[in-house]
Design a protein around this ligand. Structure first.
Ligand code: COA
Length: 206
């Protein structure tokens, strides 16, 4: 099957979640994420409320170009916007040393934290990424102090080599948000982790 013919971000439903592309109706949800200081604790820049429509436009254009851009997570029962989780192709002014790469990232409204939602969504996208899109490797990175996010990476079986920790380009080295931990998951490591755990990574019907 040709990659170009695949929907790289299909709508997927689990018992409690809907994973899907960004839509213009997600403006309020993105606004909530952008303006919540708890959510932004480890982000270098909190986007101003005025920037949210532009940011949504960027997400929509990027998902059109790459096929995905950190897809949305929605509460299946209520339709409420919970945040995002999934793949992205990073595009920074100063490339990171491991680019080009497929990044996996997540961000939830605080009410959705602590329920395993990021891990559930990420596991589904990993299966899709490695088994359908035939990715060779997925990376994830965060500020070293972001233990919640690092725990998600560890639960996904991603591997951290401290020798690959890096200073984010353009950030002062004395800035507490400069130092980042990089986690990688190769196709081989993914399948090994799958065999070693009882994780149910069945992609439910959309
Ligand atoms: C990171 C985030 C998506 C995690 O979402 P989540 O699905 O609610 O994850 P959980 O709260 O279930 O936590 C995942 C794990 O981290 C652990 N954890 C939570 N807080 C922790 C802390 N302060 N220190 C260490 N581990 C912590 C949890 O115990 C859980 O592990 P367990 O299941 O083994 O108990 C969510 O916290 C978030 O959106 N944060 C703000 C945005 C962000 O930082 N995104 C990442 C940018 S790279």
């Amino acid at each position: 099957m040709k990659l170009a013919a695949l929907d790289k971000c299909p709508r997927i439903e689990t018992d409690r979640l809907v994973l899907r592309k960004w839509e213009p109706r997600d403006l309020d949800g993105l606004y909530r994420l952008n303006t919540d200081p708890k959510v932004g604790e480890f982000f270098r820049t909190l986007n101003s409320p005025e920037e949210t429509p532009f940011l949504l436009e960027v997400h929509l254009l990027k998902q059109q170009k790459d096929g995905f851009c950190f897809p949305v997570i929605e509460d299946k029962a209520t339709g409420a916007f919970l945040g995002f989780c999934g793949f992205n192709v990073p595009l920074y002014q100063e490339p990171l040393f491991f680019e080009p790469c497929i990044e996996m990232g997540w961000c939830l409204i605080p009410e959705a934290w602590g329920k395993g939602i990021a891990v559930e969504a990420a596991n589904i996208w990993l299966k899709f990424g490695f088994e359908t899109l035939q990715f060779e490797e997925v990376v994830s990175f965060t500020v070293v102090q972001n233990l919640r996010s690092r725990r998600v990476m560890e639960k996904l079986g991603m591997i951290h080599d401290p020798a690959e920790d890096f200073d984010f380009p353009g950030v002062e080295t004395d800035d507490p948000l400069c130092r980042h931990a990089l986690y990688r998951l190769s196709k081989e490591q993914y399948f090994r982790h799958l065999n070693d755990t009882d994780i149910d990574r069945e992609v439910p019907a959309g």
